[in-house]
Design a protein around this ligand. Structure first.
Ligand code: PBG
Length: 333
């Protein structure tokens, strides 16, 4: 017998990777269309699709087309869509009054979707930025974001959205106390079943750039930033404090945003609270993946699936992603 040339391995993890069937059998996480929430941009007009330059493959849709997209979501098995409005400059002012217009774009789109495909959930963002002429999520007085005055506006906005039939409200403004205030109003006005998914740990991130183009908020915000209300990317413990507050105030589900650069935060939130936890793979993350894929530097399909699986591994119950229809199609295919 020839002596072994190398020491005998103590374990052979590769046995579990030898063939697809065994890899399938030991896979710890699986991505399905049911894990996805599809963010859709809505604009005025009829039968219109307008590409967003900084988000290749994503368009702003007129209300009728948004309803069709929701039908597509149903066919693909995507449980929920999130709607964001492209607001014309003429509809913005320093009070952001369009935010609680019952006939604003997202409220009309919500009604159209609930009429066409009631089984698809609708998530609406609660924040003033698409409607605020200075591009901020809160009301600005003398250059300062007014937290408590903003709450009053957010409350009116949330009620108009609930009235329009939104299933989930997503306060994304990062004002203090907004979840509790909105929850109280919903209870008082007998919208007890309206869910709140709070953007609990939302960072002041450069990865929102393409989104601000898509909703027409870039010019309004100008060189300004959101650092007095969105979180500092340097902080992790603070995310846990934000989540604890929002849960105590009545949030049903919590979100971490952006996604890929904050997987550590997602994992900590899930481990600490064990509540339904979501991530938003935001516009800049999508734009990076698409840019590389369109240049032939990455396999776009594989990168899409791998990036979303990472969220599942980190502990997410679901992911908001512009890749939703594409990945749902890939998984189904
Ligand atoms: C608005 C809002 C933003 C996003 C979702 N809701 C932008 C921001 O906070 O400036 C970003 C989503 C994305 O980048 O895809 N409060």
């Amino acid at each position: 017998m020839t002596p072994l040339a190398a020491p005998f391995p103590h374990g052979r993890p590769r046995r579990l990777r030898r063939a697809p069937w065994i890899r399938d059998l030991v896979a710890e996480h699986r991505l399905t269309a049911k894990d996805l929430i599809w963010p859709i941009f809505v604009r005025e007009g009829v039968d219109l699709e307008e590409p967003v330059a900084s988000l290749p493959g994503v368009s702003r849709l007129s209300v009728d087309r948004a309803a069709r997209a929701a039908e597509q979501a149903a066919e693909l098995g995507i449980p929920c869509v999130a709607l964001f409005p492209y607001t014309e400059a003429a509809d913005k002012n320093p009070e952001a009054t369009e935010a609680w217009n019952p006939e604003n774009l997202v409220n009309r789109a919500t009604r159209a979707i609930k009429a066409a495909v009631p089984e698809v959930g609708v998530l609406l963002d609660v924040a003033l930025d698409p409607y605020n002429s200075d591009g901020h999520d809160g009301l600005v007085r003398d250059g300062v974001i007014r937290n408590d005055e903003t709450l009053i506006a957010l409350g009116k906005m949330a009620l108009a959205q609930a009235e329009a039939g939104a299933d989930i409200l997503g306060p994304s403004d990062m004002m203090d106390g907004r979840v509790g205030y909105i929850r109280q109003l919903l209870e008082e006005q007998e919208f007890q079943d309206t869910l709140i998914m709070s953007y609990a740990a939302k960072y002041a991130s450069c990865f929102y750039g393409p989104f601000r183009d898509a909703v027409g908020a870039t010019g309004a915000l100008g060189a300004g930033d959101k650092k007095t209300y969105q979180m500092d990317p340097a902080n992790g413990d603070e995310a846990l404090r934000e989540v604890a507050i929002d849960l105590a105030e009545g949030a049903d589900m919590v979100m971490v945003k952006p996604g890929m650069p904050y997987l550590d935060v997602i994992a900590r939130v899930k481990a600490e609270f064990r509540v339904p936890t979501y991530a938003y793979q935001v516009s800049g993350e999508y734009a990076m993946l698409q840019a590389a894929a369109l240049n032939g530097w990455l396999d776009g399909d594989r990168a899409a699936v791998e990036s979303l699986l990472a969220f599942k591994r980190a502990g997410c119950d679901g992911i908001l992603t512009y890749l939703a229809p594409r990945v749902a199609g890939l998984i189904a295919g």
